[in-house]
Design a protein around this ligand. Structure first.
Ligand SMILES: [Zn+2]
Ligand SMILES: [Zn+2]
Length: 167
């Protein structure tokens, strides 16, 4: 496998992943919009044990999730403030990458069977819903694990046009 690597804006913090992402979340919730400054976070999820910090020492900001009340630890560069990855009180063995920090973003594949588009209810008008990838208004499942309804569009579709078809 080609090694998966990434870094912050200034290059002081660098990381590598020893194995491919298990899944990818494309999330438009307000947390992710604020965290990235854009309408959608690309969050590939890996085993935490596969993460190696190659250079630098991250600083950490801990945020309490409004939805779950659980802590999310955001690891960022103390020099340039780029956020690189998150770890979770709720899922101790996992790490979510801020996908924009990958050296080659195409190293993470948006495979339909392991990718989800979530929180489209919070996405700005004009956000494009990607074809072939399950899309959800909010979470993919409720807190007790019940699956929510998934929508799959055949062609790139504006989020406001997807809403017209909701029953
Ligand atoms: Zn930096
Ligand atoms: Zn989110």
């Amino acid at each position: 496998m080609t090694e998966i690597t990434g870094q912050c804006l200034c290059g002081a913090l660098r990381y590598a992943m020893a194995a491919p992402a298990q899944r990818v979340t494309l999330c438009s919730c307000h947390f992710c919009q604020r965290a990235t400054g854009t309408e959608r976070m690309t969050l590939p999820v890996f085993n935490l044990s596969d993460l190696t910090v190659r250079a630098g020492t991250p600083a950490t900001y801990t945020h309490v999730s409004e939805g779950s009340g659980k802590q999310i630890h955001i690891h960022h560069c103390p020099a340039c403030a780029t956020k690189l990855w998150m770890t979770f009180e709720r899922w101790p063995g996992l790490v979510g990458l801020y996908g924009g920090t990958l050296d080659d973003p195409d190293q993470v594949t948006l495979a339909p069977e392991s990718t989800k588009q979530i929180f489209l209810s919070s996405a700005r008008r004009g956000t494009v819903v990607l074809p072939g990838i399950p899309a959800y208004w909010n979470h993919a499942a409720t807190l007790d694990g019940t699956p929510e309804r998934a929508y799959v569009v055949d062609v790139p579709t504006l989020v406001e046009d997807m809403m017209i078809g909701e029953d």
